[in-house]
Design a protein around this ligand. Sequence first.
Ligand SMILES: *[C@@H]1O[C@H](CO)[C@@H](O)[C@H](O)[C@H]1NC(C)=O
Length: 387
Amino acid sequence: MATPSSLPFKSLIFVSLIIFIFYQSFFLGVSAQSDFDLDDLEWLQGKEDDVNVVQSRLSHQRQCDFSVGKWIYDQSYPLYDATCPYLSGKVNCQMNGRPDSDYEKWRWKPDGCNIPRFDALEFLGKMRRKRMMLVGDSIMRNQWESLVCLIEHVIPPEKKTVSYNGSSMAFHALDFEASIEFCWAPFLVELKSGYQNKRILELDSIEENAQYWRGLDILVFDSAHWWTHSGEWSSWDFLKEGNRIFTDLNPMVAYEKGLFTWARWVDLNLDPRRTRVIFRSVSPKHNRDNGLKCYYQKEPLAYFRRQPHLPEQLFVLRGVLRRMRFPVYLQDITVMSALRRDGHPSVYVRALTEEEAQHPEGHSTDCSHWCLPGVPDAWNEMLYALL
Ligand SMILES: *[C@@H]1O[C@H](CO)[C@@H](O)[C@H](O)[C@H]1NC(C)=O
């Protein structure tokens, strides 16, 4: 019970917190990773543990905005090579004959601070008896392979293994009782097969996917690209919400509805004192000119001549995160990665003959995923700095 003498002290803390939060929302605006509105103050009142958690996260974010900075050429990179057994063929660009390798040697330097070089043993130490899961689409799978390759080389063969369960898989570091997992859920909400095999995207169903997300210590989400596939590449035939069926809903409205379903699940089912939740922003593509935009690019852009066009998903995502109670960290990698048109597999998604490599037109190219080692290693170094 509060004694009369401790009351003024508590009010003082509370008033400072309000001032701090107002400062955050006014001066940092959209760049603040999670803003709070007045409803949240009610939630914070009287829960000192939560206040401390939220406060330390906010002040950490205020110290350094990881999303603004530059790429620095660094001979001491990459941190692993093409022999990592967990790399899938389509992103192992060196194995597929990509002639240049400078794209492996850039590290990201935020303007306000340094991101420490990834240290596999220290990372595993922090992960002891913990489970971390990356949830989302094939770009998230790309990031999972990067993270596993960053750590696996310090673990002897008999002390590591991969297991599969439904739409998830896990890399286990046995001595550390730690796992780095991936769960396939490109929409977060559920895509079901209906009458005549029509694909129905259920904007308000999430439990079947979310059963895999319970009990995790760290969750990293992404969901963006599958919402904008259109025309013959459309990922669904119908959208469904409650009893309503939509055939023609603006994809960004659908995206917002899907994200709200996810946000509600996180708010209701996770405890910020037990689980860290990070949402990684949309990974940029360099697909223009029939996918040849990223062919033969050998170095990052130094800067943008014009303000880069931000994908619409980022604005929708920020809006949803702002309205959540749970303090989700928005890991913003969109602009930094947009500088890296040199980082995609392009034609080196498979081994090419010399003849084919000289005439890339007419071969399938990939300017969406990233060569590994490469850009997702920098996202994971950023994750490592956050933990
Ligand atoms: C597979 O995942 C489900 C959902 O998280 C879980 O209930 C089940 O125990 C898991 N099975 C195995 C073999 O780990």
